[in-house]
Design a protein around this ligand. Sequence first.
Ligand code: R5P
Length: 311
Amino acid sequence: MDLAVLGGSSGLRLAEAIGYRLGVPLTRRVVERFPDGEIHVQILDSVRGADLYLIQSAVIAPEGGLLEMLLLSDACRRAGSARVTAVMPYLPYARQDRRATGREAVGARVVADFLGAGKFDRVIAIDLHSAALEGVFAVPVEHLTAVPLLVDALRAGVARDTVVVAPDLGAAKLADRYAALLGLPAAMVHKTRESGSRVRAGAIAGDVSGRAVLIVDDMISTGGTNEAAVAALRTAGCRAELDIAATHGLLVGGAVERLQRLHPRRITVTDSALHRDLPAPFEVLSVAALLADAIGRLHQERSLSELVMHA
Ligand code: R5P
């Protein structure tokens, strides 16, 4: 079975880097909008019998990106691909994984069902908002982690008396993971979300007084969570040295400026969901090698154990 790599509109940059690492030229395709707004796709190279990996990081206007994936998958299947894998380093709607208050949709489940229409054989994702999200998909989900990649980049810069902070309860396990890999203690901020962009930080569990801080999370969207956490940490007497790290840098609206105003030394994110260049003190790590490694192993039916997130 030949290996094929195909990039969706918002996964093209990553797909090129992955294809380069695997020594596979990208499968050529057309993705265009008809005048009435409908998406039209066409695969230009033969994919008959191929083990095909479709890379898409649907973040901005995820609805279009998701539909595009279904169309591309359908085109590949009809053109004879033997296996189609959806590679979604960042899974949109992942935060809607439960009904937090009343009469809401479970968006993650709806998106998983929608993707089901693409008849993907499996899904590859990185640092899902919650590990349990694997269960909303009917097909196998390979849940990779970029934490070791981030930790390697952070290791040299963090002071010995740093505390790793989860800015909310949902990030507590993640903070423990970073802390264990860095040999540092962990703490957690209690957060209440008031709206999509406004959060309130309350009590802190753990000792942060007089310590440098590394805040870690699965994603940064508006930057509100980090802003609230930093205010609470500074009130609690942490030192000024601040580092921030997250796998998915969505960085919507004025998030970049909002985070810069916190005067961190470094903000480390990956390119899993990134659609722009970032100014200092942002540092962007690429997940291309991680994804290429995973794809290479899957193609050769080899174990993924070293690359996956264990809950
Ligand atoms: C929420 O539970 C997530 O893990 C992040 O903390 C949150 O989504 C970040 O969003 P924002 O940057 O908009 O506060």
